[in-house]
Design a protein around this ligand. Structure first.
Ligand code: SAH
Length: 218
């Protein structure tokens, strides 16, 4: 066990438990999601220099102009995606450091996650392996149009904001499936897309701030 895993000081289980209480106070009610958030050590996903802030409810830089999402947003999106049910196959667009993927790995049977920035993809792969999370499949690719070869998914989550939802991505949702994503340019909102036999239903949730979806690999 190295120091990163030792759980001392500001990264201790007690500190993490305080975050869970905060998420509860902010309105997260799904106990499965709260348990998953409690299980995943967020400090392992960020730079050691920032580790003391790992369990604050804030987004933090992860390099390459990207961020690890705020814990509340990770919990909220996971809760909306789950809708109180066990998830089978989930797609995430925007792996970043892999934190959201790790949380998803605790509530879904298999997770596919795609990232367009190679060093982030590689770092996430290393971190997930270190945490012995083996049900997350990472891919280095442009995820703008999803990952059709593993479709359909009963859950799709996008952790970067697009101006609009592409039809191609929407089609990768299975009937009864749910998709949660931020949309908008100046002003962004979280949206829930539900698919049933008759088509798609869209609902707008709260205001959010995500990094933008970008085209191509880098
Ligand atoms: N899921 C992360 C959040 C990462 S920030 C977490 O757990 O904290 C969003 C990520 O989306 C960035 O790493 C960014 O590089 C990635 N991204 C942006 N456009 C993308 C695209 N077209 N395909 C795949 N990933 C993309």
């Amino acid at each position: 066990m190295n120091l990163r895993h030792a759980g001392i000081g500001m990264t201790s289980p007690r500190t993490r438990a305080r975050l869970i209480e905060r998420l509860r106070a902010e309105g997260i009610v799904d106990e499965t999601v709260l348990a998953a958030m409690n299980e995943v050590p967020r400090h392992i996903f960020i730079d050691e220099a920032l580790a003391s802030r790992a369990y604050d409810d804030v987004s933090l830089p992860i390099g390459h102009g990207q961020t690890i999402s705020q814990p509340y947003i990770v919990a909220r999106m996971t809760e909306v995606l789950r809708n109180g049910k066990q998830l089978n196959r989930v797609l995430e667009i925007g792996t970043g450091c892999g934190y959201q993927a790790a949380v998803l790995s605790k509530v879904a049977k298999e997770v596919y996650s795609v990232e367009r920035i190679q060093p982030l993809y590689e770092r996430a792969r290393k971190t997930l392996r270190e945490l012995k999370i083996f049900n997350v499949n990472l891919r280095y690719a442009d995820g703008t149009t999803g990952m059709p070869d593993a479709a359909p998914y009963d859950g799709i989550i996008m952790t970067c904001a697009a101006p609009a939802l592409s039809a191609e991505l929407r089609e990768q949702l299975s009937p009864g499936g749910r998709m949660v994503l931020p949309m908008g340019t100046q002003e962004q909102f979280l949206y829930l897309i539900e698919r049933d036999e008759n088509g798609f239903r869209e609902s707008r949730l709260e205001a959010v701030r995500f990094v933008p979806l970008m085209m191509g690999k880098t």
